[in-house]
Design a protein. Structure first.
Length: 167
């Protein structure tokens, strides 16, 4: 899994409430994506292009277990690389097949708008603008397999543990 895209940077302690505001709970996922970071970066969701990469500070995704990771994926972001990620949010990213990596030092390695090349399997993040690289914490093989399978539900369907989703 490899992604190349424009970088967006957010700070520390990004709460799931900022990613998926409560007023969006009963909206369809595509509509929810329009409200990502509305409270702290109004209009940001309209600026994001498919394949862009989100870089976060420490404790990204703190808060509730709402499906905020799915919302970032639906918005079109390729992946998230953060200094550290809240454990529940991290697992939700994997479950929804939204690639996530922890990488101490990542916020100092990029400026917003730089171009990143993220290789999940080699856990290498390259700043193509600066021509520098940094290593992330490797994903355990089981979680990498889950990402490659398309998330928890597709994997369980493939293994015959749940019925296939119908349209």
């Amino acid at each position: 899994m490899r992604f190349e895209g424009r970088v967006w940077i957010v700070g520390d302690n990004i709460n799931t409430d900022s990613i998926l505001p409560q007023k969006c709970f009963y909206m369809q996922p595509a509509e929810q994506a329009r409200y990502v970071f509305e409270s702290n970066r109004p209009g940001w969701a309209e600026q994001v292009k498919a394949g862009d990469i989100l870089i976060g500070g420490r404790n990204f995704g703190m808060g509730s277990s709402r499906p905020a990771a799915r919302t970032l994926k639906v918005l079109g972001l390729a992946c998230l690389v953060a200094e550290s990620v809240n454990g529940l949010f991290y697992r939700n990213c994997i479950n929804f097949a939204f690639p996530v990596m922890e990488c101490p030092g990542i916020t100092a390695a990029f400026d917003e708008g730089d171009i990143a090349d993220v290789n999940v399997e080699t856990h290498t993040i390259t700043n193509k603008t600066r021509n520098t690289s940094i290593k992330a914490v490797p994903l355990p093989d089981a979680l990498l397999d889950l990402l490659k399978a398309g998330g928890v539900y597709p994997l369980l369907e493939k293994q015959g543990l749940i019925a296939p989703k119908t349209a």
